[in-house]
Design a protein around this ligand. Structure first.
Ligand SMILES: *[C@@H]1O[C@H](CO)[C@@H](O)[C@H](O)[C@H]1NC(C)=O
Ligand SMILES: *[C@@H]1O[C@H](CO)[C@@H](O)[C@H](O)[C@H]1NC(C)=O
Ligand SMILES: *[C@@H]1O[C@H](CO)[C@@H](O)[C@H](O)[C@H]1NC(C)=O
Ligand SMILES: *[C@@H]1O[C@H](CO)[C@@H](O)[C@H](O)[C@H]1NC(C)=O
Ligand SMILES: *[C@@H]1O[C@H](CO)[C@@H](O)[C@H](O)[C@H]1NC(C)=O
Ligand SMILES: *[C@@H]1O[C@H](CO)[C@@H](O)[C@H](O)[C@H]1NC(C)=O
Ligand SMILES: *[C@@H]1O[C@H](CO)[C@@H](O)[C@H](O)[C@H]1NC(C)=O
Ligand SMILES: *[C@@H]1O[C@H](CO)[C@@H](O)[C@H](O)[C@H]1NC(C)=O
Ligand SMILES: *[C@@H]1O[C@H](CO)[C@@H](O)[C@H](O)[C@H]1NC(C)=O
Ligand SMILES: *[C@@H]1O[C@H](CO)[C@@H](O)[C@H](O)[C@H]1NC(C)=O
Ligand SMILES: *[C@@H]1O[C@H](CO)[C@@H](O)[C@H](O)[C@H]1NC(C)=O
Length: 436
């Protein structure tokens, strides 16, 4: 057992040594890339990344993980095949290796980097694994869709992703070795079909960004697709980032940046919105109101005082559009049918004013949701009088916007709608090429 652990450490040392050697050579890749799919078969629209999680009989198996900017660690539905002693792992199979209850990772994930939910019972140690002599590490996981709590076991895992130069997908693969927990299959019933894991992209040291090393830089670029049949992308690493048809334009040239704000009780991402501007009139955001970015909430949620200000102003600037009876959860809807045929409506931009005069422009594609042929609604919802954070920016507002979480500089980059630049999140060239 001990021998195997030593072997793993030696292997890891060799791997990191190889990376160092590569760094001197300037690797052909600047990032790793995974496709992002949109799902509409769960209670709300959700997005997943596809990762190669297992290598069995010389073949990589794909698994889809829900994208979660808040999760403290990664967990998924995995086959528990303890790699506890030499020869216990079948040939041609990738086995997980348990974290023991005595290791610091176990304590970390149970205490500081744990899910904080009153619905979770206190965790206890599992029984000792025969032939191994240690107890395993049960941890609580909270389903981001339903909020219900379950138990999972923390392991040493292995994920594989493709590398990229920001323009194409390379056949060269990159391995990551995160601690991730295995949860029972039943935990994923409320998830979209074929999505069987949670990919933590937060700033926690147990989220994916913490497990990708030099020469990759700690920069997450996320582009959520609106299209169900053409994937968006998640790139990890520096740019360039290129989208068709302008494959010579680096998307970074379209980005504005604002600081990421630290929040004591969360591993998620926050920015500082000072006002919301609609056709030159601004709705002020009270100071100390926090704005969070979410990949789970479908629509931007505003505290009631802010929501009322936005709706009042929006109503005023859309007077020429016939109203329709509001459809929950929205409070302001429009009639988009004239003589029985659907017409497309165009509304003024909703600008989120940030520090230093930067603004995130939400144009019609991200502010108006078509509900039926007849009805379209302002896709903002009232979060209640005391909602905290005061603003949660949801996924409908992020689709086809290029977003960059730069953990090196602690900044957030955003493009506003790519549709206005004649491209979209579904325009990455996924053609496999050789790096050399
Ligand atoms: C696994 O591989 C080893 C070494 O290549 C071999 O000796 C052993 O018979 C193999 N076991 C199985 C079950 O195929
Ligand atoms: C689990 O066992 C370890 C090692 O014996 C111990 O340090 C830890 O406190 C135990 N945790 C719980 C929740 O019982
Ligand atoms: C990654 O590369 C492998 C091997 O070249 C390929 O089979 C796989 O489809 C690629 N994955 C994606 C998501 O392009
Ligand atoms: C889920 O995966 C199965 C097997 O790969 C496939 O046949 C099915 O179409 C997938 N379902 C969805 C909704 O993607
Ligand atoms: C979605 O993607 C498919 C496949 O690339 C494409 O044919 C279709 O036009 C796209 N739909 C929209 C609305 O862009
Ligand atoms: C904002 O927060 C700071 C620090 O927590 C506090 O000193 C200040 O009074 C707050 N301002 C308002 C308007 O609540
Ligand atoms: C939209 O307006 C038309 C008249 O122009 C009316 O017939 C229809 O019922 C309205 N639909 C809704 C959902 O309000
Ligand atoms: C709706 O239909 C009526 C009667 O056919 C016609 O007079 C009117 O111009 C149409 N309105 C629009 C906006 O097309
Ligand atoms: C947010 O912006 C306001 C005004 O631009 C500034 O006074 C405040 O200090 C900023 N808050 C943080 C946490 O940076
Ligand atoms: C991040 O900081 C480095 C140096 O500290 C700088 O070279 C780089 O341009 C910054 N990146 C962005 C996106 O601002
Ligand atoms: C996608 O990339 C491949 C390989 O670099 C290239 O041959 C192809 O022309 C690109 N596709 C488009 C639409 O530009």
């Amino acid at each position: 057992m001990l021998l195997l652990m030593q072997l793993i450490f030696i292997l890891l040392a060799i791997i990191s040594h190889e990376y160092e050697a590569q760094a001197a050579f300037e690797p052909p890749y600047s990032s790793v890339v995974v496709p992002v799919n949109k799902h509409i078969d769960a209670v709300k629209p959700l997005y997943s990344v596809q990762i190669l999680t297992a290598y069995i009989n010389s073949q990589y198996l794909h698994a889809n993980f829900l994208i979660d900017l808040d999760a403290p660690f990664i967990w998924h539905d995995c086959i528990l095949q303890w790699n506890t002693f030499e020869g216990s792992c079948p040939n041609n199979t990738l086995c997980t290796y348990p974290v023991s209850c005595e290791e610091y990772q176990c304590t970390d994930v149970r205490t500081i980097y744990s899910y904080q939910s009153p619905s979770c019972p206190p965790v206890t140690n599992d029984s000792t694994i025969p032939d191994w002599g240690y107890c395993t590490c049960p941890v609580n996981v909270v389903n981001p869709i339903t909020g219900s709590c379950s138990q999972a076991l923390l392991n040493y895992d292995e994920f594989t992703v493709n590398t990229s130069d920001g323009r194409n997908v390379f056949t060269d693969l990159y391995g990551a070795y995160p601690n991730a927990a295995c949860a029972p299959s039943s935990t994923f019933q409320s998830f979209p079909a074929n999505v069987t894991g949670v990919m933590a992209l937060s700033s926690s040291p147990y989220a994916l960004p913490a497990y990708l090393y030099d020469p990759l830089k700690r920069i997450v670029a996320l582009c959520l697709p609106s299209n169900l049949s053409a994937p968006g992308i998640l790139l990890y690493g520096t740019g360039p980032y290129n989208l068709l048809p302008h494959s010579n334009v680096d998307v970074r040239s379209l980005l504005s940046y604002t600081p990421l704000i630290k929040h004591p009780d969360s591993f998620g991402y926050f920015i500082n919105v000072s006002s919301i501007v609609i056709k030159t009139r601004s709705i002020d955001i009270p100071t100390n109101s926090t704005t969070k970015l979410s990949t789970i909430e479908p629509y931007t949620t505003l505290r009631t005082d802010i929501y009322n200000g936005v709706v009042r102003r929006f109503l005023k600037v859309t007077q020429r559009i016939p109203p329709a009876k509001p459809v929950a959860p929205f409070g302001l809807c429009f009639n988009t049918s004239i003589n029985g045929t659907q017409v497309s409506i165009k509304v003024p931009d909703v600008d989120f004013s940030l520090q230093d005069g930067k603004k995130w422009t939400v144009s019609t594609a991200n502010s108006i949701k078509q509900i039926t042929k007849d009805v379209a609604c302002l896709a903002f919802v009232d979060g209640g009088a005391t909602s905290e954070p005061a603003i949660v920016i949801g996924t409908f507002q992020c689709e086809d916007n290029f977003l960059v979480f730069d953990l090196e500089n602690s900044t957030f980059g955003f493009s506003s709608s790519l549709l206005r630049k004649q491209t979209s999140c579904s325009n990455f060239n996924f053609t496999l090429t050789n790096s050399s």
